[in-house]
Design a protein around this ligand. Structure first.
Ligand SMILES: Cc1ncc(COP(=O)(O)O)c(C=O)c1O
Length: 408
């Protein structure tokens, strides 16, 4: 993956891909310019050995193309597209595949920004919505779609698994079966999966039937809290549509963002391995701390958890790096804990080298309907930790002293 898609001889022998900080590219002649545009705008199909030439950085740029080719390797996807944020990847997919009158079915909880876009923006475009929660069976969801009166208009299922911030799991292949149940040859129903929480290393939704995989690349892919970016992966056919809308919305990543993400990808595996190993130590500590009421961590699932345990074993390759936990004293105690942290930073976001802590109910998920929050266990008691690569004993020391202060 590290050297994939880059030819040093095309860049003065530079061992690393330079930042192609340019808005436009010079054509060799007018015929070449015409040919590039014909392919880029879909006026004719690309010929067998024809490469899509560089045109204009809203359409293509080497930093984005090489990064996209490298990203496809992790998920074994045909094609990828990178965006200037995770939200722009998600919203571009939703806008491309949905039209007025269509039905979108989605899992709950979702990241607060996705929840906002689906519930507050999509209805303005005449999209019908159906939300299902983690415990609902395939038969129940199928039944509810049929009873909604919009079954024929079902176009997409959008899921996030593990869900942010509760680590609740959605069975990807079972959701694909729902898509297949309602698909017609002339009207397929697509499954889109936000894989941000597991990153490209720990879960591969395409293998379980997803049509599109989405990432906030701000998280594990970027991994250093210094870039906002997003990515979408899927088949050549679907990605042509996604990239087409990206060209006209103009929300592609910049060359500099592409370069930063390529640099980050080189350490993706070592960072994520270190994070997962650290998270195991922290979860073990929290599980045994008397002040902690409940811990939400994939590694805590056992056979007694039934379906959730089976889903984890089927589709997750790691317990991940995200841990949430409840403190019995509600917001007051949670805030005391957060304010007392010294090493762990009080900030939203996740998947970075440094550990972060936040209060989902009043921060990332503040916009989610309080009744829905309560139902999903995103209460005032909850703290979300994103574990980094620091020495785990330092993290445990910090959590220990902050828990002590939270009880004063
Ligand atoms: C699960 C999930 N999806 C999508 C997003 C949105 O990504 P971005 O902030 O890069 O736009 C986030 C951001 O926190 C997230 O946690």
């Amino acid at each position: 993956m590290m050297s994939y898609g880059y030819k040093p001889q095309l860049s003065e022998g530079a061992i690393k891909c330079p930042i192609f900080q340019t808005s436009t590219f010079v054509f060799k002649n007018a015929e070449e310019g015409k040919a590039f545009f014909e392919v880029a705008y879909g006026l004719r199909a690309q010929e067998k050995n024809e490469e899509l030439g560089l045109i204009y950085s809203r359409i293509n740029n080497p930093d984005l193309e090489i990064l996209e080719n490298r990203l496809t390797l992790w998920d074994e996807a045909e094609e990828a597209a990178v965006f200037e944020s995770g939200m722009s990847a998600i919203t571009t997919v939703l806008l491309e595949f949905l039209k007025p009158g269509d039905l979108l079915v989605f899992s709950s909880p979702l990241y607060g920004g996705t929840d906002h876009f689906i519930k507050k923006i999509l209805p303005k475009f005449g999209i019908h919505l159906l939300e299902f929660t983690i415990g609902e069976s395939k038969a129940e969801v199928i039944n509810r779609i049929q009873e909604s009166g919009y079954a024929e208009n079902l176009t997409m299922l959008f899921i996030e698994t593990p869900a942010n911030p509760t680590n609740d799991l959605v069975d990807i292949s079972s959701k694909k079966e729902i898509c297949q149940y309602f698909s017609l040859p002339e009207k397929p129903v697509y499954l889109a999966v936000d894989n941000t929480y597991m990153g490209p290393l720990w879960q591969h939704p395409l293998k379980f039937g997803a049509d599109l995989v989405l990432y906030s690349a701000t998280k594990y892919i970027g991994g250093h809290s210094d870039v906002i970016a997003g990515a979408c992966l899927g088949s050549h056919q679907l990605m042509t549509r996604v990239k087409g809308l990206r060209t006209f919305l103009g929300n592609m990543a910049s060359p500099n963002t592409g370069w930063l993400l390529m640099r980050s990808l080189e350490t993706l595996k070592v960072r994520m391995d270190a994070i997962a190993a650290n998270a195991e130590h922290i979860a073990h500590f929290l599980n045994h701390h008397p002040a902690v009421e409940k811990v939400y961590y994939l590694g805590n699932l056992t056979e007694a958890d039934g379906e959730a345990f089976a889903i984890k074993n089927k589709q997750c390759l790691s317990n991940g790096g995200m841990i949430s936990f409840d403190l019995p004293g509600g917001e007051k105690q949670a805030f005391k804990f957060l304010n007392a942290l010294k090493l762990i930073k009080l900030a939203v976001s996740l998947g970075s080298t440094e550990s972060l802590a936040e209060h989902p109910a009043s921060m990332t998920h503040a916009d989610v309907d309080p009744k829905v929050r309560e139902k999903l266990s995103i209460t005032d008691k909850m703290i979300r930790l994103s574990i980094g690569v620091e020495y785990y004993e330092d993290l445990i020391d910090d959590i220990t002293q902050a828990l002590e202060k939270s009880m004063e």
